[in-house]
Design a protein around this ligand. Structure first.
Ligand SMILES: CC(C)(COP(=O)(O)OP(=O)(O)OC[C@H]1O[C@@H](n2cnc3c(N)ncnc32)[C@H](O)[C@@H]1OP(=O)(O)O)[C@@H](O)C(=O)NCCC(=O)NCCS
Length: 327
């Protein structure tokens, strides 16, 4: 089948939303026996996700103009990943997925020293495709969830005045905090920069960034919390820890405890009942610290990186870095 690739534009977003919901509805029916159709991502969510790297998002288009695939790419400084990504089920096996991955990889390798992705561990097609494209598995990501209701006794007493949010700082306070977010990210993985997520979540009104200051007004940790849903008709009452980083050398236990208390108060005040996060298990002590704070494991995602990769990616550490390499 003839198809060509081109950059995704704003006018593609509603078709991408419809196609993505169809692709993943099929996938969930086949692999997880979930019969319900998956609601579409909101246009606002896709606009947010495509805003980071406008030149990194692509669609595949058939000769008759029909959209037959899509891929989004995102860079966090020198660390880049791609997703969401899909090809309608009736067009699988025609090389469209490989062409889209190659295009995203070209974009990311020209800017980043780490290029990765996360995928479903039971997905033979993606594990095969990514391996053939030069990726190798690294430490998996644990998807964890906190029931804000079940853990109410643990956090009751956390008060709104404990919350320090980036959006409420002065202009100079915000700019200083962004510098410290960059410093912490880079110390977690050379070249990593989470500061754009802090600004973007705020600019889109999707949530807030919670800050934990230590001695001498030094920023010791931050959590970008998303409180608006990704998909239409989402009544799950779920908040997402989009990214969270703790300064190496600070007390991970104390800083995480502080950020989770702030998260609990923020999310419950909005009527939300659950919080979800993805914790990279390269950070070997991080999952245990989350479990100590009431989180429970739900499933895993396979994390892969393009070879050759910097050694740090495969080296276990005892720092805390929470994020998903998935859109
Ligand atoms: C992943 C997806 C986009 C692939 O698209 P596609 O157009 O079918 O992919 P391609 O035709 O380019 O290539 C698939 C490759 O994977 C290989 N493959 C498929 N199943 C495989 C398996 N079980 N084991 C190993 N390799 C496998 C194929 O052999 C093919 O490689 P080849 O061209 O060298 O033969 C498509 O399957 C999809 O949309 N799936 C559902 C959504 C999804 O999983 N998105 C990605 C989430 S991370």
């Amino acid at each position: 089948m003839d198809f060509s690739l081109r950059r995704m534009t704003d006018s593609d977003l509603s078709t991408v939303a419809e196609t993505e919901a169809g692709v993943f509805t099929d996938w969930y029916r086949i692999h997880r026996r979930e019969p319900e159709g998956l609601p579409e991502r909101t246009t606002e969510e896709l606009r947010y996700a495509t805003s980071f790297d406008p030149a990194g998002n692509h669609v595949a288009v058939a000769a008759d103009g029909a959209l037959v695939g899509f891929i989004l790419a995102r860079t966090w400084g020198k660390v880049g990943w791609f997703g969401t990504f899909g090809v309608p089920t009736q067009f699988h096996g025609l090389g469209i997925g490989t062409a889209l991955v190659n295009r995203a990889v070209d974009y990311l390798t020209s800017r980043c020293s780490v290029v990765g992705l996360e995928t479903m561990p039971e997905s033979g097609a993606t594990l095969g495709l990514y391996t053939k494209a030069g990726f190798a598995a690294t430490h998996p990501t644990f998807i964890v969830e906190l029931s804000l209701i079940r853990e109410a006794d643990r956090f009751r007493g956390a008060t709104p005045d404990e919350i320090v949010s980036w959006g409420e700082l002065s202009a100079s306070g915000r700019s200083r905090a962004l510098g410290e977010v960059r410093e912490i990210s880079d110390a977690l993985l050379p070249g990593l920069d989470y500061s754009r997520e802090v600004e973007a979540v705020h600019a889109h009104g999707f949530g807030k960034t919670l800050l934990c200051y230590g001695r001498g007004e030094r920023l010791d940790g931050f959590a970008v919390l998303r409180t608006s849903p990704f998909r239409r008709e989402d009544t799950s009452g779920r908040a997402f820890i989009h990214v969270l980083g703790i300064r190496p050398g600070a007390s991970s236990r104390d800083v995480l405890g502080n950020l989770v208390r702030q998260l609990w108060t923020t999310a419950t005040s909005l009527g939300l009942s659950r919080a979800t996060a993805g914790v990279g298990t390269r950070h070997q002590t991080a999952p245990g610290l989350l479990f100590d704070n009431g989180f429970r494991a739900v499933r895993t995602a396979a994390r892969m990186v393009l070879l050759p990769a910097i050694d740090d990616i495969f080296r276990p550490v005892d720092t805390v870095d929470i994020s998903r390499w998935a859109g």
